[in-house]
Design a protein around this ligand. Sequence first.
Ligand SMILES: *[C@@H]1O[C@H](CO)[C@@H](O)[C@H](O)[C@H]1NC(C)=O
Length: 247
Amino acid sequence: MYNYLIIFVCFMSFVAADNSLPEDFTKCRQKDTKLNECLKAAVPDALRRMKKGIPSLSVPQMEPLHVSGINIESGAGPVVITQNYRNIALHGLTDSVLTSYKADLKNYRLRTDSITPKMEFIADYVMKGRILVLPIQGKGLANITMVNLVVKHDLIGEPVQRDGETYMHIRDYRVKFIPQRVLLHFSNLFNGDKRLGDQMNLFLNENSDLVFNELKESYEKSLSTVFQDVTNKIFDSVPMNKIFLED
Ligand SMILES: *[C@@H]1O[C@H](CO)[C@@H](O)[C@H](O)[C@H]1NC(C)=O
């Protein structure tokens, strides 16, 4: 009986060390002439199966996805605001679909375009600065909602050899955000002055293209780091030929 237990324990640790994608993920074959088509369907399907995370791969919960914080120092231009976001929750990522996929596995490069019908960025915020000629300051809850958000992802990877296996580590993850519409709401602006706060929220939404464009790069930079971390949770622990099957 005792021997059986030891064998069982050894077997379990062997399984844990030999990471692979969860059973229910669709796997695509490297040699498939329709590899891109396969990935275009498999990746958003995997994302939906990751809503609660994957504990065995340390993949965090994806719906909502929690991000600790973002600091934005906006320089010159019409929008000069120092913003600090904490306890960020991103809702809606798992509803994304992919409109194109280009896998260049020989060069460890993946390019894909996604569209997210509604991505809500909810966070505690502190901000201070000015927009055009108007001063703005506040501390409360922010809701930045992007409608029909197109994201262009460019993943630049490199092979990493470990224990006789090749892993595709993503060393650079670039994103571009192209939302069709951005809705902004900041609670408790101007120390809770309701009239000033309502006016500013109205003003921000009337000028949301301008406001978003000034802040876009900071959001892109912060979120690309988040996407890179999540991707590498999988890519650094599952060998490349178990993500993109060799035969
Ligand atoms: C955020 O704003 C969007 C658009 O106005 C709204 O649909 C959504 O319910 C808001 N979310 C929260 C948590 O307030």
